[in-house]
Ligand binder design. Structure first.
Ligand SMILES: [Zn+2]
Length: 229
């Protein structure tokens, strides 16, 4: 993805990545030894979401915790009648609003970076959640610039989420990962992955959605140089 950016964007991206490396605490878990390769691969991808935008550096986030591979999280879930039970879930990445941490599986981070065209990118996905949290709500709407933009965002993303739900229910193939049909927050994270990794198709098949994301991210990845094959 980096190779497709202009020289000016590459320089800006490296600057943002440097700030993230300074400001965030990177920690290895389950035997992963934290090293520059891991830090830089995460920070540089996260910095893609900051390009051209006048914004803070994922202000709610303090730590990035990296596991070697998918990990099993033990999560307290509320069952019924005030009884809490522990459930186990296999995860590749995770973050939540008040956690101040973001958890990633290193093999999935590398796979996401290695193929910039498959529409799957764990780092973009999890850091998009962090942007969503910035206004204090987990609702798939990051801070927007005006009431008009917020109305248009709600209208377009709401319709697109419904369309994805219908397609997912009927088993139709979709450009957006059907996981995005889960809720508005997952929809925004999945749409972000598609926007940066399958921009031309997203613009062709979902022009209004592409336009909302273009306006928010202040980037037009459909016009990026194609990679030499
Ligand atoms: Zn998610």
């Amino acid at each position: 993805m980096f190779a497709r950016l202009t020289d000016a964007d590459q320089a800006e991206l490296l600057g943002h990545a440097r700030v993230l490396l300074e400001e965030k605490h990177f920690e290895g878990a389950a035997g992963l030894l934290m090293r520059d390769e891991v830090r830089v691969t995460v920070a540089a991808q996260a910095a893609v979401l900051l390009l051209h935008r006048d914004t803070d550096y994922f202000e709610r986030l303090t730590s990035v915790i990296v596991y070697p591979t998918g990990y099993v999280a033990t999560e307290a879930t509320h069952a019924q009648d005030g009884v809490w039970s522990e459930g186990e879930e296999h995860l590749l990445g995770h973050t939540q609003r008040d956690l101040r941490a973001l958890v990633l599986a290193w093999d999935e981070v590398k796979a996401g970076a290695a193929d910039p065209h498959d529409g799957q990118n764990l780092v973009l996905h999890e850091f998009a959640h962090q942007l969503d949290f910035e206004d204090g709500y987990t609702d798939g709407t990051p801070p927007l610039e005006s009431g008009a933009q917020a109305r248009s965002w709600a209208d377009v993303l709401g319709r697109e989420l419904e369309a994805l739900r219908r397609a997912a229910d009927s088993g139709e193939p979709t450009l957006l990962d059907p996981y995005g049909a889960e809720d508005p927050a997952e929809f925004f994270a999945v749409a972000t992955e598609t926007f940066f990794e399958r921009a031309v198709e997203l613009q062709r098949r979902h022009p209004s959605l592409y336009e909302e994301l273009r306006r928010f991210y202040r980037q037009d990845p459909a016009t990026w140089h194609p990679l030499e094959s």
